[in-house]
Design a protein around this ligand. Structure first.
Ligand code: NDP
Ligand code: PYC
Length: 343
């Protein structure tokens, strides 16, 4: 599915209309109604916010994965009350977002009572942007951090071959006057989804993103996708963070490391079968000043030294535009979605 282009004829649709269309696709390809709604809202939200590498571009991958039998689209997550500050969920080889939704009330109750709580999701598939998993906590006045590991395609700094996933880290914190502070970044130099988009558009990548099948630096996205690999961002520093994500999202949750699952017998499978960790903190328990006022002060100071763009600003600009004018899709993409939905 193509990423929006300036040249293709385009049309716009509302967030609700896109959610309904995507929901039909998920239902038609074997998910339960709850899972269909959850994934449709997630994916439409990414498209609305201009997070194109994890918006409707991902739909064919979801569909081929569901059709391959690799993931259970009807899985019912099992929530486990493990300890005063620890919730676990067995996602049952289903998607991570419904597992988070199922565990959320208990997680929030624990965070509010103990000041901090951990959610460990295992046996789960995450094929989406990570910010939708943390941002809602900040709207409720909570601080949230999440990590998820993916599939082997990143060479650890100083190594010869890939081992880590693209392993994103997302963080959200409330602030007094404005949208929460949110960042969401792959620990690879570029997300795998953006490499696929560049390959489709026939564009070269900036230097330093990946290597070809011989381990030589390349800017050709196809060489990275066809036997090559990505590099961590920031050399040994990003590599250490990626290692941390493997430990927290897989070792701590009971999920697979990025190198531990084998999808070769499921042609079409695209969703990594791994784990996810969330840490939620109630800042009202801290002894200091109101946290949201303090984060507002930090933003004020950052703007004061000339910073024009905070992480999340672009997304919120895109969200406002989409809310006002509708979500823009090119006609070919919309036609493909309608075909997949059978409408
Ligand atoms: P980007 O590099 O595009 O952006 C990373 C963060 O930095 C965002 O919060 C972004 O805010 C912010 N940012 C970008 N440019 C600037 C700037 N110039 N100044 C200030 N802030 C800036 O994201 P990635 O390519 O690393 O990741 C893309 C997506 O891929 C993420 O949503 C991630 O969760 C997802 N992903 C998912 C995986 C999975 O297994 N499910 C695996 C890997 C990635 P803004 O959004 O406002 O631009
Ligand atoms: O873009 O790196 C990525 C990715 C991996 C799994 C889902 N998205």
């Amino acid at each position: 599915m193509s990423a929006p282009s300036d040249h293709a004829a385009s049309c716009t649709l509302s967030f609700d209309a896109l959610v309904n269309l995507l929901e039909r696709i998920f239902l038609r390809h074997g998910t339960s109604a709850e899972v269909a709604r959850c994934l449709a809202e997630n994916c439409a939200g990414a498209e609305r916010d201009g997070a194109h590498s994890h918006g409707v571009f991902r739909i064919p991958g979801y569909v081929s994965t569901l059709d391959s039998g690799w993931v259970n689209g009807k899985a019912v997550p099992k929530v486990e009350d493990v300890a005063s500050g620890f919730v676990a969920v067995d996602a049952g080889n289903g998607f991570a977002q419904p597992a988070l939704a199922a565990a959320r009330p208990l997680l929030v109750a624990k965070a509010r009572s103990a000041g901090i709580a951990v959610l460990a999701i295992r046996n789960s598939h995450h094929f989406a942007a990570l910010w939708p998993d943390v941002e809602p906590f900040a709207y409720e006045g909570l601080v949230a951090l999440s990590v998820v590991n993916s599939m082997t395609c990143v060479v650890p700094h100083g190594a010869d071959r890939p081992l880590f996933g693209t392993n994103p880290i997302a963080f959200a914190a409330p602030r007094a006057d404005g949208e929460p502070i949110v960042f969401d970044l792959a620990t690879s130099a570029i997300a795998h989804g953006d490499v696929q988009i560049a390959a489709r558009k026939g564009e070269l990548l900036p230097p330093g993103m990946g290597v070809d099948s011989l381990g030589q630096p390349t800017r050709d996205p196809k060489a990275i996708l066809e036997g090559g690999a990505l590099l961590p961002f920031g050399g040994h520093k990003g590599s250490a963070l990626s290692m941390m994500v493997e430990l927290l999202a897989a070792a701590l949750t009971g999920g697979h490391f990025s190198f531990e699952f084998d999808w070769r017998n499921h042609p079409g499978a695209k969703t990594p079968w791994t784990g996810q960790l969330l840490i939620v903190i109630d800042p009202s328990k801290s002894a200091g000043q109101d946290f949201a006022e303090r984060s507002q002060e930090l933003v004020r100071q950052m703007h004061g030294v000339g910073l024009r763009r905070l992480p999340g600003d672009r997304r919120h600009r895109e969200r406002s535009k989409s809310t006002e004018h509708g979500i823009t899709l090119d006609e070919q993409t919309l036609a493909q979605l309608r075909t997949l939905a059978g409408v």
